[in-house]
Structures are given as C-alpha cells and as structure tokens.
Design a protein around this ligand. Structure first.
Ligand SMILES: Nc1ncnc2c1ncn2[C@@H]1O[C@H](COP(=O)(O)OP(=O)(O)OP(=O)(O)O)[C@@H](O)[C@H]1O
Length: 317
C-alpha cells in the first residue's frame, strides 16, 4: 500500500498534497487549518533531495523508533538500543534525535552540556564513545522556547537541514528517535528518508489501554507510508521491586497488552521491559543502563530485544 507521503494524515479528503501545484488553492483546501501554510509554501519536489540522499548513502541501516503516546519510554529505548548495538566495537552507531519540541536524547546520553561543531563537511555529531555518535536537533535550535510554535514547512526545513548537514561519516546503524504520534516531523522524515530507504520502525508502547489505542494509529501510519515494522516493544511492563525483586503490574491490562496487540496486527513482539527505577536513574545521569546494571533482568530483556532487531536487519540485507 503506497500513499502520497507528503499528504498530512489529518488532511481533508482529496487533499492535493503540500507540494502539489494547487496546494492551498484547490477546493478541497477550503477550511483546512493548513491552507495558508500550503498556499505560501514552495512547489514541486524539493531540490535538496539529492543532497539528502547523498548524505544518507553512507548509512547502512536506518531504524525509526516510534510511539503513539508521549512518555512511554521511546527515547529511553532508543538510547539503550544505541548503547547495546555499540557493544560490538567494530560497528559504528549513530543516534539522532528529531524531537523539535522536546529533545531529550542529549540528557539521556550525557551530552547536554556539549555543543555541536561545524566543519567544511557539515555538523559533527558528538561521540559518547569511539563508535557511538549522538546528534540532536536541539543542538541546532536558536532557543529552547522558539520551536514550540513552529509548524509544517518550518519544521520540515529544519529537519531537512538537520539530515542534510550532519556529517555521520560511515555508519552501520542510525537510530532515529522521533516525537510521539504522527506529526509534521514524521512526514518530513518519510519524505527525506524514502529515497535512501528506512529499514524499519520499532514501535514502543506501555501496556496501558490508552497507549495501545494510539499505537494502532502509529502502525497504520507505518503501513500507509510503507515503513516496515521491525516489531513492538512493551515498556514499563510491571514493576520490579529493587529489594525483593518481585514483579507487580502497575497498569491494568484489559486487552492483553502489547503482546496481544502485536499478534492481532501480525507484527513481531520483541519483548517486555519492566519499570525499573534504575533505568530512570541511568537516563537521568546520562549513563548506559545495560552497562551500569548488566545483571538486572531488565538488562537481559533489553539485550534480547536488541539481538532480535539486529537479526531481523541482517535477514533483510
Ligand atoms: N522501563 C522504565 N523503567 C523506569 N523508568 C522508565 C522506563 N522507561 C522510561 N522511563 C522513564 O520514563 C520517563 C519517560 O521516558 P522517555 O523520555 O524515554 O519517554 P518518551 O516516550 O521518549 O517521551 P516523549 O515522547 O515525551 O519524548 C523518563 O523519566 C524515563 O527515565
């Protein structure tokens, strides 16, 4: 199933797409909240697309990390995935944060006080260890507050600049931490990554019913945009008591949680990561949880999920 990737998901019926000749002026545009923006935006295929494709050519595997809801642990999982993949020292890993309104990767990766530097080859990512580089769109924002009111074309322009100008060099894996839901950022990512290929998306949810509902929309978005789904991760799946190690469920699971949803939607279920205060602590201190607490059951589960993702990517080659 292929859709016009540039048509927003909340667009009116018969939306011609923001880059079409009659964007903002067609009869279908009447009453659309984006009409003004579309009417004034540039037309046709983006002339910078070849530059974006050239930049992304150096990256072997590209993985999007998505969630329907905010706060379910998407950035936490993205960071663990990056740390975990970097344990193979001969592999080069990049972690890219495109959450314009709430970039949290710099803090989680312990680089929030760093500044990105520009060279003749573009922006250099920040290395947290020799084979793990991090870059956040937050490093390019003029001020923390200005981004919150940005809409469609301006966000799209910033994401394009970000993808085009960051000099990752040769990467084996690029993990892209996205904002929650299906917003302008996702449409831009699909537009800029489509010609160089996205290997797939990992979708993160909690077992809570409201989170699962939104995940269905995320899965639908991936299917419409022809993004393969590598699998579903259930995060905050029960609480492990630090003293007795007993597990209790925090969210009432009425429809079977992430595992049942994955089965229903015909997707691989990658695993259940428990709520563990030590995961939150590692993130707050910018450390790798799997390095800090290798013996923890949560670490074993995270490593198992990473291995499953890696195996599925190798099979796709
Ligand atoms: N398994 C876990 N155990 C304990 N705390 C967790 C776990 N996963 C995430 N957290 C904590 O939950 C909070 C939200 O996580 P995170 O920022 O990764 O969510 P998110 O989905 O990326 O949010 P947003 O969509 O707003 O960017 C953080 O404080 C994080 O440390």
């Amino acid at each position: 199933m292929q859709i016009q990737e540039t048509v927003p998901l909340d667009a009116p019926e018969h939306c011609p797409g923001p880059s079409s000749e009659n964007a903002g002026t067609a009869s279908a545009c009447e009453g659309c909240p984006n009409q003004q923006i579309c009417a004034s935006a540039p037309r046709g295929e983006d002339p910078d697309l070849p530059l974006v494709v050239e930049r992304l050519k150096e990256i072997k595997h590209k993985i999007l990390v998505l969630s329907g809801k905010g706060g379910v642990g998407k950035s936490t999982f993205s960071s663990q995935l990056a740390w975990g993949l970097s344990l193979e020292e001969d592999k080069q890993i990049g972690l890219m944060d495109v959450d314009i309104c709430g970039p949290s990767i710099p803090r989680i990766m312990g680089v929030e006080k760093e500044e990105a530097h520009q060279s003749s080859k573009g922006w250099s990512p920040i290395y947290v260890c020799p084979n793990l580089a991090v870059m956040s769109i937050g490093f390019l924002l003029p001020s923390e507050d200005s981004s919150v009111i940005w809409r469609g074309p301006k966000k799209n322009g910033l994401i394009k600049q970000f993808i085009k100008d960051v000099n990752w060099e040769n990467l084996d894996y690029l993990i892209v931490d996205t904002p929650p839901g299906t917003s302008d950022e996702h449409l831009s990512l699909v537009q800029f990554f489509k010609n160089s290929g996205i290997d797939g998306a990992v979708v993160v949810t909690t077992p809570q019913e409201v989170a699962l509902q939104d995940v269905r929309k995320e899965i639908d978005f991936c299917r419409k945009a022809s993004i393969p789904i590598l699998g579903l991760v259930e995060n905050m799946s029960g609480f492990v008591c630090p003293s007795c190690k007993g597990k209790s469920n925090i969210f009432t699971i009425t429809t079977g949680g992430g595992e049942a949803l994955a089965k229903e939607m015909g997707l691989p279920f990658l695993g259940k990561i428990p709520l563990d205060p030590l995961i939150a602590r590692s993130c707050d201190f910018g450390k790798s949880f799997i390095d800090e607490c290798p013996e923890s059951p949560a670490s074993e589960i995270i490593i198992d999920i990473i291995n499953k993702i890696d195996e599925s990517l190798q099979k796709r080659q």
